[in-house]
Design a binder for this molecule. Sequence first.
Ligand code: ZN
Length: 322
Amino acid sequence: MTFATAGIHHVTAITSDPQRNLDFYAGVLGLRLVKRTVNFDDPTTYHFYFGDEAGSPGTVITFFVWPGAKRGRPGAGQVGVTSFAIPPRSLGYWIERLIRYHVPYEQPQTRFDDERVIALKDPDGLLLELVAHPAAETRAEWSGGEVAAEHSIRGIHSVTLWEDGHELTSRLLVDSLGFELTREQGSIYRFVAAGRGPASIVDLRLVPGLWSGIMGAGAVHHVAFRASSESEHVAIRGSLAGIGSNITPQMDRQYFRSAYFREPGGVLFEIATDGPGFTLDEPLETLGIELMLPPWLEDRRFEIEALLPDVRLPLKLPGPAG
Ligand code: ZN
């Protein structure tokens, strides 16, 4: 093994409604909108990035905004669930908040002895979890959002892959990405990235006989794993190409470098660099307020802005916790 990722970089999913998406992630969940830009492959549609104050790797969920898109179908070969970390003392706060905002959720369940899990759905039907675990206490709060800092979401906890089988995906996670299989419980195999830092957990859940997932609103498009540097990105891309993964060439995503490949179980994986990050083109204090375009689209700004729907931030930005 030549490469060990530090864990999840971001998760990208699909929404059919930009304003409802902003209201839920920046409003109800209290994440920070750290970048308001467009889909570089389709600049007439938004791409929203939500995360902690700076949009640090391991805290970010992003959305391709496909207005009016048909609902996807969760199923095999997808990231079935995206889980966020919260401190254990915040469970009651979050249940009350979900009730107040009419968010469908399930009563907390215990997983692996030390996790208390609230399952919920976003307005597009995307399956999410809030996972209460003591390790969340050590991660940065976000004090400028809609949620009181002490209860704020502390980034991504894990993703759960839904797969027919586990052998080939297990081998890829362990041999090519440096994960370690640490636990098994029922149909869940738990992999943890080297270093065991934040956002380092991938659960592989066996769902034999379940239908295949269909891409659409409320489905995850891909999950990205961290490469610490440009040179590490080149190395891992090369080694994944060498095992016949059909990985794409390196792409410039402005805030990181990317390459994509489909893992053997069918989930689209990305390898993304930690840098340069979201303060590349605007200051930390005002992230997410203005529409940011990459240099190669800047001369089309007038046309692009005319095509994008108007949206407003539901946040008091910046401001005290509420
Ligand atoms: Zn991505």
